[in-house]
Design a protein around this ligand. Structure first.
Ligand code: C5P
Length: 266
């Protein structure tokens, strides 16, 4: 369990250092890895990375780079120098772009003296099968045979799952360390690409009735479509899980983290 606690990455989805600091204080000594994404980095920049590092915790810099190879190479190198432990890019940027990202990370690692994992975003966990068909295959909704709304599990996510596996294969060919993917894709990716190829799983939701408020924030909390509980995600082979609103939107984030631990322990 101790080992798994270090594999829980908490998303610092805030717009100020003050809010981020409040959460870091509340979870001090109980959480070890934080994710800094668009909101905090756009608002506060490199100071947000320093803040987390000052608490002795690791940083997943979730800026999902997607640009021409040279630009991504330079961006990743800069991100690595800030002290990020995991950096991500979009796999759909292609092999040359991903290789450039890896080169940037290796150069930054060499300078900083630590290992930096470069992982690729495959298919966003907010995209359903219908969304994937529409975005990547140009199919109109009326032309799509869709799985039942209530159906759960990998079978309901065939198209997303196939695309995620394909993009993960490209990431592996490019020499990346792993991918961000939904728990539904983790098993297939591990079985095909090997246990050492890391999977990082967001879209984590507790199944208990009173857990967190992740489902109702500003009407946007239900944006995640391919979700799993913490236990299910680790059981499906995830190396790390990313937990956002289940903790950040809870009245008592420390208690919410306790619920996550309890779920994993069951
Ligand atoms: O609040 P919630 O638990 O849904 O937050 C998930 C976090 O993981 C967000 O910060 C989101 O940007 C991030 N993420 C994701 N899907 C990806 C990559 C990152 O949900 N493919």
């Amino acid at each position: 369990m101790k080992n798994l606690k270090e594999k829980i990455i908490i998303a610092l989805d805030y717009d100020s250092l003050q809010h981020a600091k409040e959460l870091l204080e509340k979870l001090k000594g109980r959480a070890y890895f934080y994710k800094i994404g668009f909101e905090l980095f756009t608002s506060c920049g490199a100071d947000s990375v320093s803040l987390v590092k000052d608490y002795g915790c690791k940083v997943f810099l979730d800026l999902k780079y997607h640009d021409i190879p040279n630009t991504v190479y330079k961006a990743v190198k800069s991100a690595g120098k800030l002290g990020a432990d995991i950096i991500n890019v979009h796999a759909s940027g292609g092999i040359d772009m991903m290789k450039a990202a890896k080169n940037g990370a290796e150069e930054a690692s060499y300078a900083a003296g630590n290992h930096i994992d470069i992982i690729a975003v495959t298919v966003l966990t907010s995209l359903s099968d219908a969304d994937v068909k529409q975005v990547f295959y140009g199919l109109k909704e009326s032309a799509m045979p869709l799985p039942s709304e209530n159906e759960e599990g990998a079978a309901a996510y065939g198209v997303s799952s196939d695309l995620a596996l394909h993009l993960a294969e490209l990431a592996k060919i490019s020499g990346l360390d792993g991918v961000v993917c939904s728990g539904h894709e983790s098993v297939k990716i591990k079985n095909t690409l090997g246990r050492n190829f890391k999977t990082v799983t967001p879209g984590i939701r507790l199944k208990t009735k009173n857990a967190g408020k992740a489902a109702g924030i500003n009407g946007l909390g239900g944006d995640q479509k391919r979700t799993m509980s913490p236990y299910e995600a680790f059981n499906a082979g995830a190396d790390y899980i990313v937990v956002g609103r289940e903790i950040t939107s809870a009245d008592n984030p420390s208690e919410a983290l306790g619920l996550i631990y309890a779920d994993i322990d069951k």
